[in-house]
Design a binder for this molecule. Structure first.
Ligand code: NDP
Ligand code: BG6
Length: 513
């Protein structure tokens, strides 16, 4: 096996030709980026990757010379790939506008190569085609593994097999799931590292590319008013909430092997927690930030089963419509105990966060779709206005809500005098609604992440030690849930989820926001 900038498909040699296959004049000091979407016929490629690449092209963020290749087993011509891709492209600025010309230009840069994921020969043919497009330019190659995890290694091995040498970079974006526990994740990392260096592996967690998640550090570290309050001294609890108002429709087969704890908590919510709770990094460099995130993860108290509630949605009839149970999905075993909902109380045993509950809640088929961080502050000591607040003192504490989606916003709940001659307080919001404040559309998370991968910016990707720490936290709990065959609490499709989540929060004197 080779590593880094050595061989064939993973970094092709530059030649001194003066024209490439598309007729471009080539200056040998120029570089080019070839982006290969492995699994191009799939859902993620269609829904997210090609539209994000188009958005980057539209914004002028892609290098002047680039080529996009779709690779999958399905038989397709370049034209058929372009037809497929064009169906999901939307105009970057205004979804109703027709960006026809730009789309056409973009599609002309998209090509397709059909091959098996475990065939070195098929990848060698792709290599040949890429080289023709690269001409004599410095060849940079980005591979996006948008395929089921059981074929990651085959694809990486075969892509790296044809020998040659070159001077461009090679990077590989890997989609979650990164294993399903500590052992399988370590095995995946070990296998990837046979063919790649750690700095060539870009493990994607698309929540890190969401605008408000990226803004977390800005909020904390560039505003004097928040960071001094960011500790056990002033914060009573932190809630990390993910809910979807639809079930696992269409993905039941995948989901049943993972469940909501692996699908959302161990990665998306835990990543947000780490960014939220980390110490100030030395700089904004990727390694400095990731060092701080790892420290938080490694300071976390092992998760106890008693601090976790699991649930699974059951069928529900509303307005004459029957919403299916999780186990109604044909790809899910009828007796599946896989949780589609979970709530957990987590603790960080360090000086800043000692004793502060971090409550996570994630669920499918709930009553709404949202992702939020809610920070509840402590009571005002000796509050002069307690008697003007009413009986619900809990409701009168300050709360900072960071609404990641939908309708992105930052809201600060404060106590305020109700105008008038009396002295009654109520809680009002200081609002920052993104749609009202910023006219520009918020880029999709995949746009930012793809651009970062092209630019070699690793800040928003998961380093292997972060991944190890995340699995170390969740693996014993997951094993216990599976070994003890814990029965999830059943909740109706479209409801607020199991009542057990409220008891769990109440144990820590928390009311879910
Ligand atoms: P798909 O199931 O659609 O698979 C992608 C492509 O891989 C398919 O079009 C198919 O292409 C090939 N493929 C599928 N199953 C097999 C198999 N058993 N053996 C060999 N090839 C197979 O996946 P998605 O596009 O939904 O997701 C891709 C990756 O991204 C996965 O790892 C997934 O977990 C992850 N992911 C997906 C999300 C989503 O919203 N879809 C969200 C987050 C992560 P062909 O038959 O043409 O070769
Ligand atoms: C994926 C999960 O990682 O994130 C899905 O596998 C989930 O189950 C999705 O639906 C949610 O992403 P978003 O960006 O739509 O909130």
């Amino acid at each position: 096996p080779f590593k880094k900038l050595k061989d064939g498909l993973f970094s092709a040699p530059s030649s001194k030709e003066s024209k490439d296959i598309t007729g471009f004049n080539v200056n040998e000091n120029e570089s080019t980026v070839s982006i290969t979407v492995v699994g191009a016929s799939g859902d993620l490629a269609k829904k997210k990757i090609f539209p994000a690449l188009f958005a980057l092209y539209y914004e002028g963020c892609l290098p002047e010379h680039f080529t996009i290749y779709g690779y999958a087993r399905s038989k397709m011509t370049d034209t058929e790939l372009r037809d497929m891709v064009s169906k999901t492209l939307t105009c970057r600025i205004d979804k109703r506008e027709n960006c026809g010309e730009k789309m056409e230009q973009f599609l002309q840069r998209c090509f397709y190569h059909s091959g098996q994921y475990d065939s070195q020969e098929d990848f060698a043919k792709l290599d040949k085609k890429l080289k023709e497009h690269e001409g004599g330019r410095v060849p940079h190659r980005l591979f996006y593994l948008s395929i089921p995890p059981n074929i990651f290694i085959d694809a990486v091995r075969c892509a790296s097999s044809s020998a040659s040498s070159g001077n461009g970079w090679t990077r590989v974006i890997v989609e979650k799931p990164f294993g399903r526990d500590s052992e399988s994740s370590a095995a995946l990392t070990k296998a990837l590292k046979q063919y790649l260096e750690e700095d060539q592996i870009f493990r994607i967690d698309h929540y890190l590319g969401k605008e408000l998640v990226e803004n977390l550090s800005v909020l904390r570290f560039s505003n004097l008013i928040f960071e001094p309050l960011w500790s056990r001294q002033y914060i009573r609890n932190v809630q990390l909430i993910f809910s979807e108002d639809f079930g696992t429709e269409g993905r039941g087969g995948y989901f049943d092997n993972y469940g909501i704890i692996r699908d959302i908590m161990q990665n998306h919510l835990l990543q947000i927690l780490a960014l939220f709770a980390m110490e100030t990094p030395v700089s904004l460099d990727a390694e400095d930030i990731r060092n701080e995130k790892v420290k938080v993860l490694r300071s976390m108290r092992p998760l106890q089963l008693e601090n976790v509630v699991t649930g699974q949605y059951k069928s529900h009839v509303r307005g004459g419509i029957t919403y299916p149970a999780y186990t109604d999905d044909k790809t899910v075993p009828k007796d599946s105990l896989t949780p589609t909902f979970a709530a957990a109380a987590l603790f960080i045993d360090n000086a800043r966060w000692d004793g502060v509950p971090f409550l996570m809640k994630a669920g499918k088929a709930l009553h709404n779709k949202r992702a939020e961080i809610r920070v509840q502050f402590r009571h005002v000591p000796g509050n002069l206005y307690n008697r003007n607040i009413g009986t619900d003192l809990d409701r009168a504490t300050n709360e900072l809500v960071i609404r990641v989606q939908p309708d992105e916003a930052i809201l600060l709940k404060i106590n305020n005098k109700v105008p008038g001659l009396g002295m009654r307080l109520d809680r009002s919001n200081l609002n920052l609604h993104y749609a009202a404040r910023y006219s520009k559309e918020i880029p999709d998370a995949y746009e930012r992440l793809l651009l970062d991968a092209i630019e070699g910016e690793r800040r928003l990707f998961i380093r292997s030690d972060e991944l190890d720490a995340a699995w170390a936290l969740f693996t014993p709990l997951l094993k216990e849930i599976e070994e003890k065959k814990i029965i999830p609490e059943y909740y109706p499709y479209g409801s607020r989820g199991p009542v057990g989540a409220h008891y769990l929060a109440a144990r820590y004197k928390v009311r879910w926001g």
